[in-house]
Design a protein. Structure first.
Lengths: 336, 336
DNA sequence: CGACATTATGACACCGGTGTCAAAGTACAT
DNA sequence: ATGTACTTTGACACCGGTGTCATAATGTCG
């Protein structure tokens, strides 16, 4: 079986390569008769244009890269799923590239990625979307990129995030409205801008409701389940024990719930627990976790969609958007 | 800033394109002096070969595609992580492509994928690795592929799986050894070959220990948490209630645990629960789930590695391997 | 030192498309 | 019939590499 290329199609149809190319790309100035004829040959020969050849000619790959370094599997898959949705809408494909934020390796690693696969653009997810160093590098490389879920101020690059501060504020307010005053807080990873945002949401809610902020109630996590387990120990060992715990994501909240249950504490009767993200685990455990739903897929979908628009027309205005986060109450929080 | 291509390098170094190409690919027959000179120019101009051009000339993309349709996020990320490990070892990249098994769309969808991105090979994960239709199609397309975690017999394609039947057998035996006789079973998705394997492992263990198989104790799930919740209801409503439940994966087991806890049943005192896969959730909940650890990353890593070897040398012998599954006991199972 | 093998190098076609531009064809007004 | 504008088409260069093959340079040996 011989390969079907634009040349064989042209020969078979009795027209020039260029005319075939015109039909292929729906370009104008092809007579209906010719177009018809070529299309028929496409079918007959089952012609499939070679994307690599096209890529070479147009200097495009129709591939978007997705960078991440995140312990949460569900977060990653949600990001991927949103990105894929946008990609497929525009006939792009998605290449995934997990790598580590830390170390001088990062820039080199990304450079390597760009070298080995001509990506048309890059989606950055936290913590990369917060890395000024990486952003600067990508600008020098002149490669389009979009940032997801980053609070970092940079109005020259596409950014879609959700309102972390607002979300944390609402959740804290929810706990306060249930009568809680000693509300412990588990912080996220220091490299994520969301970490500080969520923390200030918590602090501001306390402030506005006349509750004094107590540093002893704050534990430093890093978004991983493991760090949540450590923080849980620290918090549940406090005397007096706080009546509520607000963890910066659901995995850490799940870790608190696990330890609490192990210690025969009743949740929410003895202690209320809340998370952030509305990860699947939040509803896979009992009691279900009160949390803040962050529209991860939607953020990524929009970011990638805008990225692709930016790629096709670099003069497109830079898109920056903040989506709403939403409180979801489940069984893990209750009146004090 | 002008683009640095093989031509500019050649000109600058005062040699021909071809010589530059030789240096680039570490081909022999280049004098040390020339090689040195060209390498120096690479550095000076910061030359990066264009992978697309190379791809066109060699008819290769250095990209592997990964196909999946799986409700388990952790499974997907584990698959990806194993695949990436192998890819990066050989300087390949990974393109992900979730799609649905059902419907005539599948073949068309995959065909589309192959058309829009010249993949060098494809990794199939369940249920695709079990789809004879897809396998046949890929063979006609002459595109190399490797199957992960599939019990489907096909010794002409690369396959790495774990011993599902053995794993299920051991787990069931574990429950029996704890004194359980009424052991409910939740089956997985019908399209996965692992589903039947795990089921027969369960049945054989019962048989070999003189316990009569009782069809009423079997519920049909599909590996999703949701289906686990439905099956859990069915099983926990049985009278008398079984003393143990073996779910075909950890998500479904977690659903059983959740419902049991909701109903104030004590696990494992009132009922033992076990899963399969050793997904993260198995240790993120309390009590931790007794389960079977399946080396998902390792399976995928080996599969992709072999796939790449196959790509570089089609005469390579077809690799087929069965890895061991391992029993992990946690707190969710105990003496009857 | 000449005959011959071996190594080093470059010219050129090629991979399969797209972009540019000129030429040919067609429509319509004068 | 002729001029003009517009549509349709193809020739050819080009994207940035690799493969083939001829030729030039070097090494080896009697």
């Amino acid at each position: 079986m011989k390969k079907v290329t634009i040349n064989s199609v042209a020969e078979y149809a009795g027209v020039s390569k260029k005319t075939v190319s015109r039909v292929l790309n729906n370009e104008p100035n092809v007579s209906p008769a010719t177009r018809e004829k070529v299309l028929k040959v496409f079918k007959e020969l089952d012609y499939k244009p070679n994307p690599i050849a096209r890529g070479l000619a147009r200097n495009k790959s129709f591939i978007i890269g997705c960078l991440y370094d995140n312990p949460s599997k569900s977060y990653i898959t949600r990001v991927q799923s949103g990105a894929l949705e946008a990609c497929h809408k525009f006939n792009y494909n998605l290449l995934i590239h997990p790598c580590e934020l830390r170390g001088d390796e990062l820039i080199h690693n990304v450079d390597q990625l760009l070298t080995t696969s001509r990506l048309d653009g890059l989606v950055l997810t936290p913590p990369f979307s917060d890395s000024q160093e990486l952003i600067d590098f990508l600008k020098t490389q002149n490669i389009p990129f979009a940032r997801v879920a980053s609070a970092l101020e940079d109005d020259t690059s596409i950014s879609v995030r959700s309102n972390d501060e607002q979300g944390a504020y609402e959740l804290t307010e929810h706990l306060i409205s249930l009568g809680h005053k000693e509300i412990a807080f588990i912080k996220g990873h220091q490299d994520h801008s969301a970490t500080e945002k969520r923390f200030s949401g918590y602090q501001n809610a306390l402030l506005n409701h006349g509750i004094e902020f107590n540093e002893d109630l704050v534990a430093q996590g890093n978004f991983s389940y493991h760090s949540g387990a450590d923080s849980a120990k620290q918090i549940l060992d406090l005397e007096p024990m706080p009546t509520a715990v607000f963890a910066s994501n659901d995995y850490m909240a799940a870790a608190v719930l696990k330890l609490a249950t192990q210690r025969q504490l009743r949740v929410p009767e003895d202690i209320s627990i809340a998370g952030f993200d509305n990860a699947p685990i939040a509803r896979h455990i009992w009691p279900g976790l009160t949390t803040i739903a962050q529209p991860v897929e939607e953020m990524t979908r929009q970011a990638v969609e805008q990225l692709i628009l930016q790629i096709s027309d670099p003069s497109t205005e830079v898109y920056q958007k903040v989506l709403e986060a939403k409180l979801i109450t489940r069984e893990s929080t209750a009146e004090k």
